[in-house]
Design a protein around this ligand. Structure first.
Ligand code: KG4
Ligand code: ZN
Length: 344
């Protein structure tokens, strides 16, 4: 449904693609509230259990939406449109947010806006100052994706590189699991690595050009730990900090190298990083230093807008609202939703 409005409104957005239930309210492009309920039911399973995630979304969604409205000091009648994450993500989780948003749109007679979660991660950079200027290069590193995207406009996003197997966040989480860390392991690795040194060298991926691969690192870490434990059963406990520092350094080095290669190739001077892994302190530091050395500007979003949140969905919905790009009530949740073509 297209109906160019050119006017900004007040939008309530819901994010439920994985294991965080979140609701945000945006007015004229400014975030008024952003509420996130995390799910700790997955911690002991080493990953997100889809069935448990959808159940937790069901119990969180009403209080989370209520709180977002309260914090925004608004009533449901004052909302101009309802947005939801259509994909990519877990089907059962996506359905909860999609159906809830549709119910609200139907009950109030207001339009519905569907948002692509990956496009939204990048638009988190438009919530606070300083905002990058178009065109710029964005590296998105999350639990499910690793993508290099040329941003030509808020909704004009060109994918130029991606992972061929595991995502960067998955590499953190799977390696962390081998070290006995709870899911998601990224934050714990970040913390432990500060006490260690990258003394163990793990292989960097050999994938050419702008694509990534992290499954080789996972296997290398697995065999390395197995062999060292044979020699010393306490190896893991005695070397946890150095192991985390080495794993983190290997991942960050690859991400920085490929980002710089992409920036050189595309001739872009502004670089942004988004997604949960972009909170990582070493990645931030190494990216900052590479940008400084090459005279580039680096844009980092506030951590609350890097990990999954509805504020980024609201920001993407804001741009769609301006264009009058509304969804049909039968727009179905789509676990493998692709990016739209760049022309929009
Ligand atoms: O963007 P996000 O919240 O959800 C997805 O869309 O996947 O990203 C979650 C990922 C997890 O893999 C988690 O381990 C990782 O982000 N992560 C981190 C850090 N904080 C979260 N990885 C490394 N260092 C961190 N500080
Ligand atoms: Zn995400």
């Amino acid at each position: 449904m297209k109906n160019e409005t050119g006017k900004a409104g007040t939008i309530l957005a819901i994010e439920s693609s994985c294991d965080d239930t979140s609701c945000a309210v945006i007015s004229d492009g400014k975030i008024r509230s952003n509420v996130v309920a995390n799910q700790d039911v997955h911690q002991n399973f080493g990953g997100v259990v889809p069935e448990l995630a959808s159940r937790a979304h069901l119990s969180h969604i009403v209080p989370v939406v209520d709180e977002a409205l309260k914090k925004a000091t608004l009533k449901i009648e004052q909302i101009d449109a309802f947005a939801f994450t259509r994909g990519p993500g877990l089907l059962g989780s996506l359905i909860v947010g999609a159906q809830f948003a549709k119910g609200l749109a139907l009950a109030t007679g207001k339009p519905l806006i569907e948002v692509n979660h990956m496009e939204a991660h990048i638009l988190a950079h438009f919530i606070d100052e300083p905002k990058p200027e178009f065109p710029f290069l964005n590296l998105t590193v999350s639990g499910g994706h690793t993508e290099l995207v040329v941003m030509r406009g808020p909704l004009e996003q060109e994918l130029i590189g991606q992972t061929l197997d595991d995502a960067a966040g998955e590499a953190f989480d799977k390696c962390g699991k081998m070290l006995g860390l709870p899911y998601p392991a990224g934050p714990a690795i970040d913390k432990l690595a500060k006490k260690g040194k990258p003394v163990f060298s793990f292989p960097e991926s050999k994938v050419p050009e702008l694509d990534f691969s992290f499954s080789g690192l996972k296997t290398a870490v697995l065999y390395f730990i197995r062999d060292r434990i044979k020699e010393n059963p306490d190896f893991l406990e005695e070397n946890k900090s150095d192991l985390t520092a080495s794993i983190q350094y290997t991942i960050a080095k690859t991400l920085v190298k490929k980002t710089m290669l992409a920036a050189d190739r595309e001739g872009l001077d502004d670089i942004a990083i988004s997604g949960g892994v972009s909170v990582n302190s070493q990645l931030r530091e190494m990216m900052r230093s590479a940008c400084e050395k090459s005279g580039r500007m680096l844009f980092l979003a506030s951590p609350e807008y890097c990990t999954d949140n509805a504020a980024m969905i609201a920001m993407a919905a804001h741009y769609k609202f301006l264009k009058g790009d509304f969804a049909d009530l039968n727009a179905a949740a789509s676990p493998r939703l692709k990016r739209r073509s760049t022309a929009s």
